[in-house]
Design a protein around this ligand. Structure first.
Ligand code: SAM
Length: 294
């Protein structure tokens, strides 16, 4: 096996050789601890029959661990300066494709269909750039890609919100948006000391796994997300208040909203944070006829 990229000494050597300077604006905090990398990859349960999709390889620290465990790796990197570095550091591996692209603009589905067509088991595994964690996750979830799940490092506070359960402070529209597609749990908390440079915030690895059965099947997904957002618009307000103030003509439709709430047994004085995904699903379906055309 080759020497790990992700030791402090080797990372320093590589950065020096290429005169690389970190760009804060691209969320560049590289991992310098091989044990952490082994643990992250372990949570993805990869075999040689699996493929891994990575966002942001940096100098290849995580990429090489993925290449050792998975059959194939596709990794998206936005920063052109890293391409020659990766060409060098990942040269011992023949099962990696680096795609020079902003993941938010990439056609991931076509890349899966062309580069990973032989793989049924596909996991996203990444140490995400923190400034775009949520857009990246939502893009990958909403594009209906054939993923088993994701093992992704992010700011701990965001991981807490995504994995939060009803009735907690951290629970909100982001928890529901993600948990609608996949189950979410924090797999590990990661200290700042394993990064170069060290970030200002605590980090956590979140494990998402696609539901075998969706927690709720709604008539109109877009409307379901509109309702969850509306319910959390002002957290101190009751569900009824938020729905009335957030939905078009909500005030004029007070009676219809009350009827819809009653039809699915939800007390209008409850707060959004107490509703489960199933309850939000039922509520959205019962409100849909009232707001369908607005
Ligand atoms: N995987 C490496 C590691 O763990 O050491 C680097 C992780 S670093 C937190 C995030 C990486 O994502 C950087 O390499 C950065 O250039 C890249 N990146 C930032 N924004 C991106 C985007 N929109 N699309 C693709 N890559 C991006």
């Amino acid at each position: 096996m080759h020497k790990d990229i992700a030791t402090p000494i080797r990372t320093q050597e590589i950065l020096k050789k290429y005169g690389f300077s970190f760009k804060k604006s691209l969320g560049q905090n590289f991992l310098i601890d091989p044990n952490i990398l082994r643990n992250i990859v372990g949570h993805a349960n990869l075999t040689k029959d699996s493929a891994a999709i990575e966002v942001g390889p940096g100098i290849g620290a995580l990429t090489e661990h993925l290449a050792r465990e998975a059959g194939h790796v596709v990794s998206f990197e936005i920063d052109q300066r890293l391409l020659p570095v990766l060409e060098d550091t990942l040269s011992p591996y023949d099962n990696i494709d680096i795609v020079h692209s902003d993941i938010l603009k990439a056609d991931v589905e076509t890349i899966i269909n062309t580069k990973l067509a032989d793989y049924k088991d596909i996991m996203v595994v990444a140490n995400l750039p923190y400034y775009v964690t949520t857009p990246i996750l939502m893009k990958l979830l909403m594009e209906d890609l054939p993923l088993r799940g994701m093992v992704v490092m992010m700011q701990k506070e965001v991981a807490d919100r995504i994995s939060a359960k009803p009735g907690t402070k951290a629970y909100g529209s982001l928890s529901i948006a993600v948990q609608y597609y996949m189950s979410a749990e924090i797999a590990m908390i990661v200290p700042k000391t394993v990064f170069m440079p060290q970030p200002n915030v605590d980090s956590a690895v979140l494990r998402l796994l696609r539901h075998e059965e969706p927690p709720v099947v709604v008539k109109d997904e877009k409307f379901f997300f509109t309702i969850t957002k509306a319910a959390f618009a002002q957290r101190r307000k009751t569900l009824l208040n938020n729905l009335q103030s957030q939905l078009p003509n909500g005030k004029a439709n007070k009676e219809a909203i009350l009827e819809a709430l009653a039809s699915v047994d939800i007390d209008p004085t409850r707060r959004g944070e107490t509703l489960s995904i199933l309850e939000f699903g039922k509520l959205a379906d019962s409100l849909l006829p009232i707001f369908k055309n607005s």
